[in-house]
Design a binder for this molecule. Structure first.
Ligand code: PHB
Length: 396
């Protein structure tokens, strides 16, 4: 059986938020593109990920006519509660860096983008498995995929973009001799829950306790998202609702008597994580964006924001090459994107190590970390750095 042939300008492998956002921006600029995604829409829409969008990410959705529900469902936050030693420290972002973030779940961002692509006639193949890439250093690279009916397709494009997430298949096409992997493993994971309960506090609570980290996040007035640090070997089934609430409550307990508002738990997941960067983010006419090129631990919620920042830089490079014929921005893409990636890697690593506890930590290390937290909340400069990094550095 012969393959269905496609010819386009930009072939995008991965139809999560990064791939779809790039496709949307390219189509708005009149640049033909095609997206293939391995999963089905429903699976992606029901995969719970982080929920904090930097102002720059919100603007990318709003200003480009994605026309989503962010204005009605998104919840603007102008600070976080940094809690340790059983005491809360409210850190106001607006006051320090005149910026806010918006709580809007990543799976809703995906839904908005996928509906916008459908509305605008975008060419997106879900449940499509890419089997190989061809000629990525040539002027006409390509890839082959099998669609959900089992038919084989071959795509030829000017550029290929790998936006296929943390288990990226595409990134293998950067030859071993030309790539460097930077990896940092952590001896813990997050236990995440969704619960039908009212908010426990106006702002998100990032809590360090001797029992480990806990994050009290939100989804709406009636649904809340919470996490607590656990061992990567933890099995979600071993945890009853009662045990989960006891553990979460113990991690935020303090003399102020903070009490979490509880309710039925309808989703439990253990989320392992690591810090990872593959450099460069380019080989010939293959470009990596988002989790395919780098992943961060979830503390600080930089993953999707970083993916959108890559997409913005990459889109502007493609647009400039398309319009002015210059490849200068494409040539600079990897270096430009990696500057922000490493700042976010530092911030995510810092938040993670400062707020989590390690079983093998010495008494010195425990006490030093409390000193570190104290030096943030007692210093205008410390608070300002955290506020600046959390709300996101301006897009280039
Ligand atoms: C979430 O609501 O899922 C969330 C919020 C903040 C984080 C991580 C996850 O730092």
């Amino acid at each position: 059986m012969s393959a269905v042939q496609h010819s386009t300008r930009v072939g995008i492998i991965g139809g999560g938020p990064a791939g779809l956002m790039l496709s949307h921006l390219l189509s708005c600029a009149g640049i033909e593109n095609l997206v293939v995604e391995a999963r089905d829409r429903d699976t992606i829409h029901h995969t719970h990920r982080a929920g904090i969008l930097e102002a720059g990410s919100v603007a990318m959705l709003r200003d480009t006519g994605v026309d989503g529900r962010i204005d009605t469902l998104g919840d603007e936050h102008s600070g976080i509660d940094l809690r340790f030693g059983g005491e809360s420290h409210l850190l106001d972002f607006r006051e320090r860096v005149d910026a806010t973030v918006t709580l809007y779940a990543q799976n809703e961002v995906f839904l908005d983008l996928s509906l916008a692509r459908e509305r605008d006639g975008g060419e997106v193949y879900y449940e499509a498995t890419v089997s190989e890439l061809f000629d990525v250093t040539s002027a006409r690279p390509g890839f082959a995929f099998t669609d959900k009916e089992g038919a084989r397709h071959e795509v030829r494009a000017d550029l290929i973009v790998g936006a296929d997430g943390s288990r990226s298949f595409t990134r293998r096409w950067i030859p071993e001799a030309e790539r460097t992997n930077y990896t940092m493993e952590y001896p813990f994971a997050w236990f995440g829950i969704l619960t039908e309960a009212p908010k426990s506090s106006p702002e998100l609570i990032y809590a360090r306790s001797d029992r480990g980290f806990a994050l009290i996040s939100q989804r709406s007035e009636t649904v809340q998202r919470m996490y607590f640090q656990c061992s990567p070997e933890t099995s979600a089934e071993d945890w009853s609702e009662e045990r989960i609430w006891d553990e979460l409550q113990a991690r935020v307990a303090g003399p102020d008597g903070l009490e979490l508002k509880t309710g039925p738990i309808f989703d439990k997941t253990v989320l392992p994580f690591r810090s990872f960067v593959r450099a460069p983010l380019r080989h010939g006419n293959l470009f990596l964006a988002g989790d395919a090129g780098h992943t961060v631990p979830p503390t600080g919620a930089k993953g999707l924001n970083l993916a959108f920042a890559d997409v913005k830089v990459l889109f502007e490079a493609i647009d400039s090459w398309n319009g002015a014929g210059s490849r200068a921005l494409l040539d600079a893409y990897s270096d430009t994107a990696l500057k922000r990636v490493w700042k976010a890697q530092h911030f995510s690593y810092w938040m993670t190590s400062m707020l989590h506890t390690r079983a093998d930590a010495t008494p010195f290390e425990h006490a030093r970390t409390l000193g570190e937290l104290e030096s943030v909340v007692s210093s205008e400069h410390g608070k300002r750095y955290l506020a600046e990094a959390y709300t996101g550095w301006p897009h280039a």
